[in-house]
Design a protein around this ligand. Structure first.
Ligand code: ATP
Length: 321
């Protein structure tokens, strides 16, 4: 018997799925560690939902296999599912019951393993009127029901297919906080999204799927560290045009009068030390954004993806971990 403690939350091994001649997944390798918030990105039709459905054993792969916390999703489906909370992309619930009745039903399915204080907090945080029949709720409020039923049993692995679809920006923030909390608790979140900013803000890592292959896996903390950052300063006295040319790790974008603009590759320490020789009146540092980096993978031609450093990746190579 595998120890759940030691196993990756999700392991995909050469996962393939075809529908006749159409290849939805072309050999996916991926390992998601426990305690991660892992994002699954990619254009429409890339295969995200297909991979998620295989992980839940709702559909069977044409090749390869998937494990959840060490359990084979096909041979040990019940054990694997016991540890998963799932939000489907097209959540359809019994329409005539209230949200409260649905949550009571989920609690019975989970053999009563639900922390009611936590459930009440989820309902409060998401401002859901849980006493109303689900059919009378707006789309966004139905999505809140879907989010809550996935989280309420505090499962070891939360799998969400586009969790914030239809939610207003404040409620998106609430859901993002709830997902961070899951990870802080040592549990795992795996979610697909089209909201690049959301993935950037919440995830520890993210995989990009294109045409059934994983074309890259980002370590977002590392990307944030090395992403270029733009710094703008206004000095009391105009510096010499070449005043900052020798500062390591920066690129001088412009020096016009008393205003200078720089691009730094990660650390701004050397620049701060160089600026200390001047009287600084204003300093602005733009947060690096990873959205542009992600977006490239949506836009890149079919055969190649160009990295930040100019190197190329042949997408035929596929897999990543
Ligand atoms: P989206 O972002 O639009 O939700 P996705 O990445 O989740 O897309 P999938 O729904 O996994 O994409 O679809 C992957 C590919 O598999 C698509 O080309 C889709 O048309 C195809 N596909 C999915 N289900 C079936 C099916 N039952 N029969 C035939 N083709 C299918």
């Amino acid at each position: 018997m595998t120890s759940i403690d030691a196993a990756p939350a999700i392991e995909l091994d050469a996962l393939e799925k075809h529908y006749g001649a159409a290849h939805a997944l072309r050999g996916i390798d991926l390992s998601v560690e426990q305690g991660e918030v892992f994002g699954f990105l990619g254009p429409n039709g890339a295969g995200k939902t297909t991979a998620i459905r295989i992980i839940l054993d709702l559909i069977r792969p044409s090749g390869g296999r998937a494990r959840v916390l060490g359990f084979d999703t096909q041979a040990e489906t019940v054990e694997a599912r016991r540890h998963i909370g799932y939000l489907p992309g097209d959540a359809i619930f019994y329409r005539d019951v209230t949200a409260d009745e649905l949550f009571a039903y989920v609690e019975r399915l989970r053999d009563g393993a639900v922390d009611r204080v936590y459930l009440r907090r989820l309902i409060d945080d998401l401002q859901l009127d849980a006493g109303r029949p689900i059919r009378t709720l707006s789309r966004g409020n139905r999505q809140k029901v879907a989010v809550i039923q996935a989280l309420m049993a505090r499962p070891a692995l939360v799998i969400l297919d586009e969790p914030t679809t239809g939610l207003d920006p404040l409620m998106q923030d609430v859901v993002e906080d709830l997902l961070r909390e899951v990870a802080a608790d040592g549990r795992t979140v795996f979610f697909s999204s089209h909201l690049l900013a959301e993935v950037e803000q919440v995830c520890s890592r993210a995989a990009i799927l294109r045409e059934g292959r994983i074309v890259n896996v980002f370590d977002l903390a590392e990307q944030r560290r090395i992403a270029p950052r733009e710094v703008r300063v206004v000095l009391e006295v105009a510096p010499a045009a070449d005043a900052f040319d020798a500062v390591p790790g920066i690129r001088v974008l412009s020096v016009v009068g008393t205003e200078a603009r720089f691009e730094t590759d990660g650390s701004i320490d050397a620049l701060i030390k160089a600026l200390a020789r001047h009287t600084v009146l204003e300093l602005e540092s733009s947060e690096p954004t990873l959205e542009d980096l992600f977006r490239k993978y949506y836009e890149a031609p079919d055969d190649q993806v160009t990295h930040e450093d100019g190197s190329h990746e042949d997408t035929e190579a596929g897999g990543a971990s």
